[in-house]
Design a protein around this ligand. Structure first.
Ligand code: NI
Length: 414
């Protein structure tokens, strides 16, 4: 069915017409709310660190199996599920991360973590639960679906990039995924709302190590050696010039030197120094440019001062750049559920990182925000902290959005 673009309602809010009844689907999700809360509290009480999500994997796998969703082998933890629609068509991937953080929970909630020193402090319990809810809704509608839905319950987002490993293990193939969608919980936004950013959304990251080789000597006679500490200080200073003077004021990058080690005693000129840091950039061009500039600057400064610098730059998370057309599509689906006023369009990207970008491997994708806030009452504590709390009312809305994106993507224009 062809979708008609938009209709204006009498409430000054508009709801685009979908190929399905979006409000009915939202009600279906809300009918699951109680079940979702109990799933979420169970997962929250039993958090597991990246690549150790054994129990969580079991819970998710059993749930999907009970819905008749095929489970594919992928990684040791995490779940790859496939729901085949009743009609042939495209395939969409829906992703949720499932790992917890090494934090001692201090919320005092009745369903607080039972695992010492481990806590769902980034909302991945919410993400996993919402996607389970979406799986239930979509499974109930499987006969209407023109195509397939793949569920990526991804391990180890916080640690070493479970997304990359899932993609390498072939989760995007057979059937080939045409687009991928996911989102992160945000307590800065009310439950019942969504957040969206077009284009550059999360930063790419490149950790680096710079080894400065000078020449050690007696501290009284620095001219007899090359002081690696003095050289490394100049490198740190020069790196600060990259963001302020080598890229446009309207572009964004962060170059942080977070570790500086050299020397053994106060009366010895240190021969070696080691700097460690991270380059964060938005978009592939800026990434390439900043990596090149860090290397050139470190090597150039060291050589100008008689030392040499060995620069090692690793490639880490690729960043998230939401594809325009697919993001506009997601935007329309969001509005169909919560109206125009329920969608916060974000102007600025996040210089943090998120490994969702690995799934956008040559295919369009969109990573959004699900509101889990309560206006700053109980849910005012930051993520990655021991007091983090979320408004569970957001669960049904997050589940509904996953399901609605999949349903519309598969059934639009068929
Ligand atoms: Ni997170």
């Amino acid at each position: 069915m062809n979708s008609v673009p938009f209709k204006k309602s009498i409430l000054e809010s508009w709801y685009p017409i979908m190929s399905f009844d979006a409000q009915a689907l939202l009600q279906e999700a809300k009918a699951l709310q109680k079940e979702l809360v109990s799933i979420r509290r169970d997962i929250h009480a039993h958090p597991e660190l990246g690549s150790h999500e054994v129990r969580t994997t079991e819970v998710i796998r059993n749930y999907l199996e009970s819905l008749g969703i095929e489970i594919r082998p992928c990684l040791e933890t995490g779940v790859l599920g496939v729901l085949y629609g009743g009609q042939p068509g495209k395939t969409i991937g829906l992703r949720a991360d499932i790992d917890a953080l090494p934090i001692q929970e201090a919320t005092g909630l009745e369903f607080a973590s039972q695992n010492d020193g481990v806590m769902h402090a980034c909302g991945h319990d919410l993400h996993a639960t919402a996607l389970m809810g979406a799986a239930k809704i979509l499974a109930a509608h499987r006969n209407e679906l023109h195509g397939n839905v793949k569920f990526f319950f991804q391990p180890d987002e916080e640690g070493s990039g479970g997304a990359e490993r899932m993609v390498k293990a072939g989760c995007l193939q057979n059937p080939k995924v045409d687009a991928v969608f996911g989102g992160h919980s945000s307590t800065g936004q009310l439950a019942g709302q969504y957040g969206l950013k077009y284009g550059k959304t999360y930063a790419a990251s490149n950790p680096f190590v710079i080894r400065v080789h000078g020449q050690g000597c007696h501290g009284a006679y620095p001219a007899n050696g090359i002081d690696s500490i003095a050289v490394a200080c100049q490198i740190v200073s020069a790196l600060q010039m990259l963001v302020s003077r080598r890229i446009s004021a309207t572009d964004s990058a962060v170059v942080t030197v977070g570790s500086f080690h050299a020397g053994t005693a106060g009366n010895i000129i240190a021969g070696e120094a080691e700097l460690k840091g991270i380059i964060r950039t938005l978009g592939p061009q800026m990434r390439e440019k900043m990596c090149r500039l860090v290397k050139e600057t470190a090597e150039g400064v060291a050589s100008a001062l008689g030392a040499s610098a060995e620069v090692e730059i690793r490639t880490s998370y690729p960043g998230v750049v939401n594809e325009d057309a697919f993001t506009a599509f997601v935007h329309r689906v969001m509005i169909s559920l919560v109206g125009e006023q329920g969608v916060a369009l974000k102007a600025t990207p996040n210089m943090g990182t998120e490994d969702f970008g690995y799934f956008m491997d040559g295919i369009p994708g969109c990573y959004c925000a699900f509101g889990f806030g309560d206006g700053g009452k109980e849910c005012r504590f930051p993520a990655h902290g021991p007091y983090f709390r979320a408004n569970e009312d957001g669960l049904a809305y997050a589940a509904a959005l996953h399901a609605a994106v999949a349903m519309q993507y598969l059934n639009e224009n068929v």
